[in-house]
Write a protein that binds this ligand. Sequence first.
Ligand code: ZN
Length: 242
Amino acid sequence: MKKVLLAAAFLMFAVPAMADEDARCATGTYRINEVCVKPTPEQGLELLLKGNAKYIKGDLDLLKKYASPTVRKEVALGQKPFAIVLTCSDSRVPPELIFDKGLGEIFVVRVAGNIVAPHELGSIEYALEHLGANLIVVLGHEKCGAVGSTYGAYPNHVEGNIGSLTESIYPAVDKVVAGSKPTGAVEQAAQVEECILENIKIVSESLESKSDIIKELVEKGETKIVRARYDLDEGRVTILGE
Ligand SMILES: [Zn+2]
């Protein structure tokens, strides 16, 4: 009888403890090894990839957990995003859905072709210096139209405002094509995918060469830059290296 009572008492205490386990941590912190902490760049990347795994399965937390009215009011007081995602404006690549992250969690910079010019650099620097983010993900994607347009015009250049974007992608296309394009549609499509990877590489490298603030934070080990590619059909984010 005593044992039963003890078990019942244990359950009474155990239930709130389990519920508490699931409780959200304060803005900007996450439960890692049972403690609410600000994630390191490595832990931040793990959070993003766990979110991506949930997205692939169609099991998103963001609406019920991270975009609730409670969270909305909480983050209205101040944002502490742990990661910055630089990605394309493509309507099929929304970072919050892909990583299952809600209000206040990721600072998103979106521009066709996920390029970096002074405006994008300024946005990234702001999130690093003023909001405390410590991870930068440069996320390119399969069948990127901006890269495709640059490739289509090559060796000529696209004109007008779109041309101002594709000029930034031109070096990646130039490096991959290196002269003349193949004639077959399949070969050309494969080469566009190579250009997409090269563009991600060039952009992530240029973050440090174009910004002293980013360079210094990376050298001090306080910020990490990660390259990634998003697969449109599978929904999977693949990390390409640092
Ligand atoms: Zn794109």
